[in-house]
Each structure stands twice: as C-alpha cells, then as structure tokens.
Design a protein. Sequence first.
Length: 314
Amino acid sequence: MASNLRELRERRNSVATTKKITRAMELIASSRIIKAQNTVKAASPYSLELTRALSAVAAHAHEDHPLTSINPDPKRSAVLVITSDRGLAGAYSSNVIRAAEELTAAIQPKQEIATYLCGRKAVQYFEFRGRKIDHLWSGFSDSPTYRDAKDVANRLIEDFLRPTDEGGVDEIHMVFTEFESMLTQTPKVVRLLPLAVVDPEDTPESQLAEGDPGVGVSNEEIFHEYHFEPDPMSVLDELLPLYVINRVHYALLQSAASELASRQRAMKAATDNAEQLIQTLTRQANQARQAAITQEITEIVGGAAALAETAPQE
C-alpha cells in the first residue's frame, strides 16, 4: 500500500513538471504568433506594390519570358514541401506531407518528380522511407527571413531555367500551410513556376499581395504611372525573380504562423490533459492514503483487542 502511494505521488510530480513545460511552450507560441502575423502584415505593402509594377510591365511586354513560358509537354516537375523543424505542433507537418503526397501521386504517372524540402520534419519523413531529396533547407521554419526565402527561391529559379536533361525542371509546385485563423490552418498547393498572367478582375489585389498564384494585369490607369527603362523585358528580368522570392517569403511566413498556432493549440491540449491527469492521480493518492490509514487503524484496534483477550484476569 505504501509503495503504491509513493508511485502515485511520483507520477503526479512527473506530470506536474510536464505540465509546466507544456504551459511554457503554449505561452511562448502564443506570443510569437502575434509577431508572425505582424510580419505578414508588414510585408503586404511591398507585395502589393511589386505586384502592381509587375502587372504594368507584363501588360507591355509582348514576348514570353522564361519564367512565364509554359512547357506543353513537361517531363520533370519539382515539389517544394514546407514543414516545421520541430515537433509538438499537432498534425501540422503531417497534413502538409499528406497534401504533398497527394500532389506527387497525381503528377508522378506522367512526370518525374524532384523533391525540395523546407523543415526537418519533411526531411525525416523522406529519409526514413529512403526517398531521394534533391535539396533541403532547415533551421528557420518558425522565424523565416527574407534572406531565407531568397536562398530557396534562387535555387528554384536556377533549376527551372536549367534544361531537364541537365537536372532542371519544367514546373515547380509549392505545398505550404495557409494561416486562416487561430483555429484553422489549411494546407495549400500552388504552382510557383511558370508564373501565370491573369486578369485582376479575377484576382483581387488583396490576393495578389498575399501571394495568390498568377501575376495580375492591371487596368489602363496604372500604365501611366510607370516608365520602363531600358525596355519592359529588361524590367521583367529584374521584377519576376523578386516576385518569386516574394511568393516564397509569403509561404514561409504563412507556414510559420500556422506552425506556431498548431503548437499553441497542441500545447494547450497537453496542458489541459496534464491538469486532468493530476486531478485523477491526486484523487487516487488520497484514496490510497485513506485506505492505508484505515488499515493501520484496523490493525491497531485488532492488536489492542488481541492483547486484551490474552491479558491475565485478576
């Protein structure tokens, strides 16, 4: 009985320690989500103006640019999968990997797949299954910078412009998690390259600023705000890579906010479960202690009664 009570108390103390850790991680994730959301908002003005400028140039450039040219018979496509570097974030990484696997299954019968991974969780998943990884990045999943996005985007652009017989790709798809609210984060699949030119009436500016696939073509009023030197194609050579970097940066920021929200929700659930387990263990420990006390009293009373029966009568 005493050993059982001791085990219950030790387990309760262990759960209480775990609860402190999960509570701390919950608070840290909650505070960092606000910072991640503010970072997304701070990047929106640049995204919007870049999209407006690119829309105006795209409308004046009548030649196909390498980054917008669609191969009618693609032979090799790349899939960029953005996951987290650390665990304890619920189903965040597994949901993204599941979406990437569905995309791969849809493409693979017709094309060869090149795999690009952001985040150690995706790397662990593919390495465990012995699958080829063409390139990987890690160490910045919950706090990506523009430099990180530039490193990723430059490699993607380089491989897209390279011929397929030299290891290049014809299409690049990106799988990331879009932050909709604290309770909802949705895996999203977009085609990053080749870039599609769309009409702004079908693509609102708010979506363009947030990285919606496709470059918007503005109305006539915007054309008079820009003068292109030396020519529209040369300006496109500078703006299109910036736009790709911006879209990768947006995806990384959205994924970071989603990761933190998933971790905050998972740690809150773990903290609540720990609290319930502590209450259960406390109740069991109290019952065990009361049972031990009752047993001791019973033994004392029984012993006293036995002594009284064996005592000599005067």
